[in-house]
Write a protein that binds this ligand. Structure first.
Ligand code: FAD
Length: 307
């Protein structure tokens, strides 16, 4: 059995694994791929102390750093359930059951996609999901934000300070964002808001995005907008569906609820990174919370094994 079993090897899980192994306890790391969302990222310019890097490069360094320690890495494995027995037990897709005294849940999240032609093709070449990350790449250019919820309108306000013009496209007839955000967005001269707009295609020249096509849902007409970038802000979905029968407390959106030390409502179960209700989803934040969860779990182990 393990002392600490970490599920997910994105930045949060990798960080937990290193902090755990450095305590000299038996550490396991299970993931269906190494690196998580970072593996899908092109440029990274906000990982403090590294001026600029690329996703796959950062993933390789993460993996190298973890492998420098005595961590039992189980890659290409999906976890399907968690339950409490005399120890904590997790089941893998292949049926194997692993036991541990403590667990760190670090299964991350995925951006909801529009699922329209061109979106996948131009991902990282004009199609973006993170304004904090990619906003500065569009300095002085025209961009669209898809989605008029809080994250979409926050993205529009944020981008409007950097880019020339932001067009917000919302499928519904009204925005869902909080009033204060809507007022702020409407007061900015370079934000245009179009409602009843269903994005149907990402247009490009074979190398990068040149615009998008949407259907005006009131008239049924198809329209085109010329743009250099498209920020898709229609939701970030936590990878926590597999926890639904585990008893782990989550928000309505499926984000794991944690205490300041990373602990969940279940004894010995901790969580970190984008799978939790942490308000900001970033690499540096995920790594910090991964360290917190591992230290929280180690503290729990010390106290629970006292004679
Ligand atoms: P993730 O990175 O999502 O990793 C979770 C891991 O868990 C994955 O490896 C996954 O395979 C695994 N997993 C999930 N479910 C299971 C299961 N059931 N069983 C086993 N394993 C499982 N942030 C920045 O700071 N700067 C940037 O420039 C930046 N750019 C981004 C660009 C893109 C395109 C995207 C998508 C995100 C970007 N982000 C950026 C956000 C950043 O990548 C995330 O905040 C960060 O990766 C979250 O780390 P995490 O470890 O919590 O989760």
């Amino acid at each position: 059995a393990f002392d600490m079993l970490i599920i997910g090897a994105g930045p949060a899980g990798a960080s937990s694994a290193i902090y755990s192994a450095r305590k000299g306890i038996r550490t396991g790391l299970i993931t269906d791929r190494f690196g998580g969302q970072v593996a899908d990222t092109v440029g990274i310019e906000n990982f403090i102390s590294v001026k600029a890097t690329e996703g796959p490069k950062l993933v390789a360094s993460l993996e190298e750093h973890v492998r420098d320690y005595d961590v039992d890495i189980m890659n290409n494995q999906r976890v399907t359930s968690l339950r409490e027995g005399n120890m904590l037990e997790i089941t893998l897709e292949n049926g194997a059951v692993l036991k541990s005294k403590s667990i760190v849940l670090a299964t991350g999240a995925r951006w909801r996609e529009m699922n329209v032609p061109g979106e996948r093709e131009y991902r990282g070449a004009g199609v973006a999901y993170c304004p904090h990350c990619d906003g500065p790449l569009y300095k002085g250019k025209k961009v669209a934000v898809i989605g008029g919820g809080n994250s979409g309108i926050e993205a529009a306000i944020d981008l409007a300070n950097i880019v020339e013009q932001v067009t917000v496209l919302e499928f519904d007839s009204k925005l869902r964002a909080d009033d204060v955000l809507q007022r702020k967005a409407r007061s900015m001269p370079n934000i245009e808001i179009i409602t009843d707009a269903q994005t149907t295609e990402v247009n490009g020249d074979g190398k990068k995005v040149t615009g998008l096509t949407y259907t005006d849902r009131t008239s049924g007409e198809s329209r085109q907008v010329e743009l250099a970038g498209i920020f898709v802000q229609i939701g970030l979905v936590p990878n926590t569906e597999w926890l639904k029968d585990s008893g782990v407390a989550m928000t309505l959106r499926g984000e794991i609820i944690t205490k300041p030390n990373g602990e969940t409502n279940i004894k010995g179960v901790f969580a970190a990174g984008d799978a939790t209700e942490v308000p900001f989803k970033q690499i540096i934040i995920a790594m910090g919370s991964g360290a917190t969860a591992a230290l929280g779990a180690f503290d729990y182990l010390m106290r629970s094994s006292a004679p």
